[in-house]
Design a binder for this molecule. Structure first.
Ligand SMILES: NC(=O)c1ccc[n+]([C@@H]2O[C@H](COP(=O)([O-])OP(=O)(O)OC[C@H]3O[C@@H](n4cnc5c(N)ncnc54)[C@H](O)[C@@H]3O)[C@@H](O)[C@H]2O)c1
Length: 307
């Protein structure tokens, strides 16, 4: 397990969630938090080994059948539809969707290719759109049935965005634009889906300590769209931020996920994946049933314009 969920309950008993990119980092902690509170979690991730390992760990911790892996490149055509349909076939319901899968492919605007810009739109905006379109008929039919049976319940559709969507981010115009687009989609879904009791919200994270914050290495890669993307900060950025690693040392989860001092934010440190998952969990739970169309900033009091 990546975390020790701080709340364990049956608040979300028998519910079914899809967490994209749910095998590590923010998505992994979210999968654990949802499972700890009664949800069956479908971990949809392109990394086969990580998805299987995370599902195994969750099942070991909370009982068989709390999690299952779904291995696919979500940016490929038809995959989001298949994910939603296969989840319905296997589990018979869908209550929560967390649009979390993502990565960065940085560069200054003058040096950014069309491919680089499009790749960020694909994973951070087109994938959540396709997930929404695939879920829409299911959400509508379920709401209709519940209306007829007088058993109304809310479902949750959540975007994992970034404070870069509000402030921009030097070297990441593609990422900031895609994460901002996600907010327009989120607000529109809130309007379109209010009458069928689907809450659509976003969490805008500041710096949450994950492998995003380590220097790039040959070990941490994402295979997507026929490309190999090296995850993490470029060497230049790492040097600027004073973050170095021994290339021969495989960082432990403790090293990857430990909060670090950061005097650019009010709380003086970066956030943890547990804290990120706690915020997502609130939006996924009935505790937020009267909240929709909102961006919740989770950045430790980050001041606008940090990068
Ligand atoms: N870490 C931060 O500081 C931070 C800040 C703001 C927003 N975010 C967002 O949070 C989300 C999670 O980031 P993280 O830091 O936990 O990263 P991470 O690399 O630890 O986890 C991302 C997961 O997404 C999966 N993934 C990526 N592309 C995929 C694809 N095409 N198909 C299927 N799975 C795919 C990866 O395999 C990985 O398991 C991202 O959307 C990121 O943009 C992160």
């Amino acid at each position: 397990m990546l975390t020790q969920p701080r709340l364990q309950s049956d608040l979300l008993k028998d519910q079914v969630a899809i967490v994209t990119g749910g095998s590590r980092g923010i998505g992994g902690a979210t999968s654990e938090m949802l499972a700890a509170n009664g949800t069956h979690v479908v971990i949809a991730d392109v990394d086969c080994r990580a998805a299987q390992d995370e599902a195994d760990e969750i099942n070991k911790a909370f009982g068989d059948d709390c999690a299952s892996p779904y291995v696919a490149d979500l940016a490929a055509t038809g995959v989001c539809d298949a994910l939603v349909q296969d989840t319905m076939k296997a589990r018979g319901r869908l209550d929560i969707v967390i649009n979390n899968a993502g990565y960065v492919w940085d560069g200054r605007v003058h040096a950014m290719s069309d491919e680089q810009f499009q790749a960020m739109l694909d994973i951070h905006l087109i994938v959540p759109f396709r997930m929404a379109r695939a879920c829409a008929p299911i959400f509508r039919e379920t709401a209709k049935r519940e209306d007829a049976e007088a058993t109304p319940r809310h479902r949750k559709f959540i975007m994992v965005s970034s404070l870069a969507a509000q402030w921009g981010l030097i070297g990441a115009a593609n990422y900031a634009a895609a994460k901002a687009g996600m907010l327009g989609l989120m607000r529109t879904l809130a309007q379109e889906w209010g009458s069928i009791r689907v809450n659509s919200n976003a969490v805008g994270f500041g710096i949450i300590q994950t492998r995003f914050g380590l220097p790039q290495s040959e070990r941490e890669v994402i295979e997507t769209g026929g490309r190999t993307i090296h995850v993490g900060m470029s060497m230049k950025q790492s040097e600027l931020m004073g973050v170095t690693i021994d290339p021969d040392h495989v960082p432990t989860n403790e090293e990857i996920y430990a909060s670090k001092p950061d005097n650019r934010v009010a709380l003086g440190r970066t956030g943890t994946i547990q804290e990120a998952a706690d915020a997502i969990f609130w939006l996924a739970s009935p505790l937020s049933d009267y909240v929709t169309g909102q961006l919740i900033a989770v950045g430790g009091g980050a001041r606008g314009g940090m990068s």
